[in-house]
Structure formats: C-alpha cells, structure tokens
Design a protein around this ligand. Structure first.
Ligand code: PLP
Length: 405
C-alpha cells in the first residue's frame, strides 16, 4: 500500500483515488438533469446494498442526523419506546428519542457484549404488561464504540413477535455495506447509515431507508421536524431533487464509490471485511493484547482492544502516530481503557498487516514485550483461512488510496 499515513479509525476511511477525484469535480446545478440522474443512480445502488424495495433517502448531515430523522418522523412525544443500547452510539440514539419527549424504557447491555433476543422480548413484554406497549424499538447493528455486532436478525424477529405494532428503527451506520445486512429480509422499518463508513466516501451524507409501515407511522407522528422532515425528502426525491441544497461533492464521490463496490460485489466485500477482522483480532492476540468485545460478536468493521498494562493510551497513541498509524481511542467510560482499529471501506488484508507491523514496533518501543513478526504471522494464518484472500490481493490496486498528507 502507498499510504504514508495508515488511517485505521472506524470512519472517516481512506478513499480510493477515483472517489477522491470525483469529490473534487466542478459543481453542477443541484436542481438540474445531471444531479437528478446521479440521485437516481445513487438511491438505486443503495437500495441494492440495503437489500430493500423501500425508498432510500439521502440527507446532507452526518449519521447522527439520520438517527434524529428516524426518531422525529415516526414518533410523538409520550410514545413508549424501547432503547436497546450496547454502547455509546446506542446511548446517543436513546438520548435523541428522550430529548424529543419519547417515554423511554432502556435495555442497557454491558459494554463489550451483544444484546440477546430473549432480553428484548422480555423488555417488550414488560412494557406491554404495564399498559405502555412499545411504538418503536431502537436497535444498533454494529456498535462502533465497543466493536460488537449485534445479532440483528434475531433481535428484530424477537421485537416483531413481542410488539407486532412497533416500528424497528435501526442504526446501521458502521456495518451496513461491509457485512451481511437484509433490510427487507429482517423486516426493518427505518435503517440509517453514513457515507464515511463502509461506503468509501467522505463524511457528509446520511442514507435512510423507510418502510411502508414507517411512512404510515409518520402520518400520525407529531415530534417537531423541519430540516429532517422525511416527507419533504420523499416528495423531492420523486422529482430527482433534495428539499435543501445537498452536499454535491460528497454525492459525486458516493456515486463513484458505489460503482466500485458493485464492481467488486457485496459477497466479496463481506469476505474481505471478514478476513480483515479475523486478521486484526489474531494479530492483536498474538501480541498479547487482550480483545475487548465478546469474541462471539466481534465486529468485522472495527476491533476493540484493551490498552496494555503499564502504558497510557495517550503515550501509545503518540508513539503510533509518529510511526504513521492512526487508531481510535475509547469513548465515554472506555476512554483511556481501550483502543480501536477500524477496518472498513477500502481496506485490504495487506493494510491490516502493515498496521499490525507498526503496532508491534510501536509497542516494542514503549517497552511492551513483543516478538517481532509474530502478529503478522498470526494474521496471515487467519487470512489463509478466509476464502477472500486470493481475490483480495487482486483488488488491492483498485482499492489503493493515496496518502492524505
Ligand atoms: C454506530 C454509529 N452510530 C452513530 C454514529 C454517529 O455518526 P456521525 O458521527 O456520522 O454523526 C456513528 C459514528 O461513528 C456510529 O459508528
């Protein structure tokens, strides 16, 4: 790989050259024919990626804006809502709903663990027994703060069975597009993602799919909304526009990125991410670094690991940055305790091997006992057990990214 800086955070991610160049194109009229064609292309490609027949709307905001849109369009103040939170982003989703006046019941799972379907079913049954059946359930697919992927199909099925009238609002921000996801197959009502994650595009767009059940709920929903009024977005989308001026440059980039993703094929993309995730976990463990997430639910887009004993995260981070490796720290209560390696978007197994090499050297320089080459050897073994490897190597040049410097 050609990067001087190895940006291995869970978004924004390094961009393939073709995507970066597309983002720098000259502007067009956002109410003209070129943008109309682009919007049509992008939303169709997203429907295929989300695996849905539902409309996918494109909002100019970060992922959090998409979560806010999911809440305010489908709920009214006082509505009973179950929040299933397994980390900082689940907490954020809950906070949005509470701030807009939802009557929130919280199912908070220990950070590092996934939620269990039985716990979701029990929480919903408890709400119904109290005479406050849930109108909505807030679910996180991939919790970026802890590196845990929830068993979303099981959680969604349990929620649907226990609360048939509830709408399922899903934060799919950091998993969708990189690991298997079935919006319609899992009967999810609103699904949100963000351009800077698996999509190999810059930050600036949230993409939101909305089911017929959710549109029906929107008719009665009274939470206040203006910028995020999805009915306005849907009406504009019919004309090939957005209600407000969109992030045109990000849309250019996303259009090209979606083309690259489809050319690669989602089956291969999922296998590539699985190989990168397995390689990262194996490499870290071979270094004697403890993984944080429950191994049964470890994410293939971001790996969380415990900061080694006797080292401050700030010192370790500085050492690694000096060597060109940029990782993410912990969030909230995990600040200083864990660090996170992002492996989503235009990432190859070679990128992971390069990151592990720097990590091993950097930790060694900090006095942590390391055997040179051990992490890479373990990672290579893990990669060898993934079928993506041969084609992954062929793809490496197409996914090549230039240094941000
Ligand atoms: C799972 C998840 N939810 C929500 C967000 C918030 O998205 P944004 O930072 O784009 O607002 C993120 C961003 O990292 C995320 O990973």
């Amino acid at each position: 790989m050609s990067q001087a800086t190895h940006l291995r955070i869970p978004g924004p991610t390094p961009l393939p050259d073709a995507v970066r160049e597309a983002g720098g194109r000259q502007m067009v009229n956002h109410r003209g024919p070129e943008f109309k064609a682009l919007l049509g292309r992008v939303s169709s490609a997203l429907q295929r990626a989300f695996r849905t027949e539902n409309e996918v709307l494109i909002l100019t905001c970060s992922g959090t804006g998409g979560l806010e849109a999911a809440v305010v369009n489908h709920l009214s103040p006082g509505d009973a809502v179950l929040s299933v939170s397994i980390g900082a982003f689940g907490d954020r989703f809950a906070k949005i709903a509470a701030r807009y006046g939802a009557d929130l019941t919280r199912l908070d799972i220990t950070w590092g663990q996934a939620a269990q379907a039985t716990a979701v079913a029990d929480a919903l049954a408890g709400m119904a027994a109290q005479g406050r059946p849930a109108r909505a359930v807030l679910l996180t697919h991939n919790e970026t703060s802890t590196g845990v992927t929830n068993p979303l199909p099981e959680l969604a099925a349990a929620a649907r069975a226990a609360a048939p009238d509830a709408i399922l609002l899903v934060d799919g921000i950091s998993g969708l597009g990189a690991v298997p996801f079935e919006t319609d197959g899992w009967d999810l009502d609103v699904v949100v993602t963000g351009s800077q994650k698996s999509w190999m595009a810059p930050p600036g767009l949230a993409m939101v799919s909305v089911s017929p059940r959710a549109w029906e709920a929107a008719k009665a929903a009274t939470m206040p909304r203006v910028y995020f009024d999805l009915t306005l977005h849907r009406d504009s989308a019919v004309k090939g526009e957005t209600p407000w001026t969109p992030a045109v440059g990000v849309a250019f980039a996303l259009d090209v990125a979606l083309g690259l993703l489809e050319a690669e094929g989602y089956a291969h993309i999922f296998a590539r991410h699985a190989a990168c995730g397995a390689a990262t976990r194996a490499g870290l463990q071979a270094m004697g670094i403890r993984l944080f997430a429950d191994p049964a639910h470890a994410s293939d887009t971001v790996t969380s690991a415990v900061v080694p004993d006797g080292v401050e995260w700030s010192t370790m981070n500085q050492e690694l940055r000096g060597r060109g490796l940029v990782l993410a720290g912990g969030q909230g209560a995990l600040t200083g305790k864990i660090f996170r390696v992002g492996h989503l978007g235009a990432v190859t197994t070679d990128d992971i091997l390069a990151a592990l090499t720097i990590l091993e050297e950097g930790c060694g320089a900090l006095g942590i006992e390391m055997t040179a080459g051990r992490a890479v050897a373990a990672a290579r073994d893990a990669i060898a057990s993934h079928s993506a490897t041969p084609a992954d190597r062929q793809d490496a040049s197409r996914l090549a990214v230039a240094s941000p410097a």
